[in-house]
Ligand binder design. Sequence first.
Ligand code: PAF
Length: 282
Amino acid sequence: MITATSIAQIRRVITAWKKDTRTICLVPTMGFFHDGHVALMKHGQQRADKVVVSLFVNPAQFGPAEDLDSYPQNLQTDMQVAEEAGVDVLFHPAKAEIYTNDHQTTVCVTELSKGLCGQDRPQHFPGVATVVSKLFNIVEPDMAVFGKKDYQQLAVIKKMVADLNFNVEIIGHEIVREADGLAMSSRNAYLNKHERRDATILFKALTMVKQQVDMSPAYLESQPLLREAETFIIKNSNCTVDYLAIIDSSNLEPKSQAIGDCRIAGAIRINNKVRLIDNMAL
Ligand code: PAF
């Protein structure tokens, strides 16, 4: 595996691959790899000749009071995991390589970035869209894989690619879960033993809603389902609910009834500390 830290270095590798008409899959990450990341890397290998994994903790997508400074990192282990997963290049640039001091441009997918996680984190999705568009211009991949745990992120990136005519296929990969249902996330590393137990409450609440929708012969109203799920979370854990919503799977608009291609999505805070998100197709 090649480890590239500069844009010039990775561009030399990409140019050589393109000359040999190799297809390239990019897996953008912020590191601290778990099995969810490995699944994205392996999927990339099935789909393209070469896999590039970017590892960059992107400051632009963190708000002022968020966890940029404490975001978990372990470069040595990540390099080993990526190598064992068969990744061709790990692109690990320093902050100054991606954002020069006079950087001024932001990419913003206006409407899709507003609701759900965007309500509490207004600069998050513009930060994501900006760094992902930079990575697309640096790596020029044929395709890129993103996990569906960050469902709103996936929708934002698909829209950005369509609106800005990026020639990149966006692949959404199914959520990889722990045995008890918790969606894998680097942020799970923040959880102590008690919080880890509480963390499954979101998966349980989403599953409860899914079961009710799946079992009902008639279309169910969203509001009572969501209220019941919120009460379930609050009563059975030390968690608060940032949001729970039944949304249209493509435009993320809230739906008053669970009809058609829709999902339940939610975000909780454990002990007012760690924020976790999850979603499920209904
Ligand atoms: O999902 C993530 O890890 C990040 O938001 C991404 C896509 C790598 C952009 O920094």
